[in-house]
Ligand binder design. Structure first.
Ligand code: SF4
Ligand code: SF4
Ligand code: SF4
Length: 291
């Protein structure tokens, strides 16, 4: 079916991933009415009939019409939610819980959801749109990752804000070691020595995966409370950088507070868009002091 220019312009304002759906609906309504040319009249009539304009929040449409800021991101579905609203952050979680991963310490999707909620609460997307002059590009968006254990399958080390769960372990002197050596065999970091029933854990080598506590049959090695390692400023691109450690093991509320501080750094700095540069300018200690 033919579309005139005014109808085509209206269709272009719809997020690309719902184009087909909208086009089909407009054409189906026009066919029912015996028409074979789509003009803005048919598009508007279909919009009223099917309410597909819910995909375009009024605020965003107006801003975008004025500036075209989101024109590049509109090519990628991942920068928009199911309703077509822009979401300028992506929090990736490992699939540990979903696949019953034997290394899983903590379901990463739960924390990833809380991180997304925190950014929503801070109106991160709207404020970032406001901050950036000109078109917003994929590298302007904030990348986050959460992993359920130090294996870090979601790659938190190369994200602006990365977290993985840790399970610190300790030796309980009350529980006598039977020298089965299961912990020594299980530790991939070669961090455990057992001699004359004395167990020593090298904290420099230990990555707090908690595996030794799981395999110890008598409880000589025990796991303590689950915590999170937080890293910031990781990136790929022309000059890749691993994230810098902000906290080696901290609790969930500190993780959320850390995210708040990092997000505010991004939003409040008018000139610099690259988070890694901001982290290096401020320094890890100063960032920590704000949390
Ligand atoms: S990060 Fe750990 S828990 Fe998550 S999928 Fe990888 S190995 Fe499993
Ligand atoms: S927690 Fe993991 S890395 Fe640390 S000593 Fe135990 S098995 Fe080794
Ligand atoms: S697994 Fe437990 S009992 Fe066995 S050697 Fe290690 S600490 Fe001792």
């Amino acid at each position: 079916m033919e579309w005139d220019e005014s109808a085509t312009l209206l269709l272009e304002k719809v997020p690309p991933f719902v184009h087909k759906k909208v086009r089909d609906r407009v054409e189906s309504l026009a066919r029912e009415q015996g028409k074979n040319l789509i003009t803005s009249v048919e598009v508007i009539a279909a919009r009223e009939a099917f309410a597909f304009n819910q995909n375009l929040p009024p605020q965003t449409v107006n801003k975008e019409t004025e500036t075209g800021k989101l024109s590049v991101l509109r090519k990628y579905q991942k920068y928009f939610d199911a309703q077509g609203n822009p979401v300028l952050y992506q929090a990736k979680a490992c699939r540990g819980a979903e696949v019953n991963c034997p290394f899983l310490i903590k379901d990463s999707e739960i924390l990833a959801d809380k991180l997304r909620e925190k950014l929503k609460e801070l109106h991160f997307t709207d404020r970032l749109i406001e901050k950036i002059e000109g078109r917003i590009l994929p590298h302007h968006t904030m990348k986050l990752a959460v992993a359920g254990c130090p294996n870090s399958c979601s790659m938190p080390q190369i994200k602006d804000f990365g977290v993985h769960a840790v399970e610190p372990v300790f030796v309980d002197a009350e529980c006598e070691c039977i020298e089965c050596m299961k912990c020594v065999e299980a530790c991939r970091e070669d961090a455990i020595t057992v001699k004359d029933a004395q167990v020593t854990i090298d904290k420099e080598k230990c990555v707090e995966c908690g595996i030794c506590a799981k395999v110890c049959p008598v409880g000589t090695i025990k796991a303590s409370e689950v915590k999170f390692r937080v890293m910031i400023g990781g990136k790929l691109g022309r000059h890749p950088r691993f994230a810098l450690e902000l906290f080696p093991n901290t609790d969930e509320s500190t993780v959320l507070k850390a995210l708040e501080v990092c997000a505010e750094m991004i939003i409040s700095n008018k000139e610099e868009h690259r988070f890694r540069v901001l982290v290096e300018q401020k320094g890890i200690e100063e960032i920590k002091n704000k949390i």
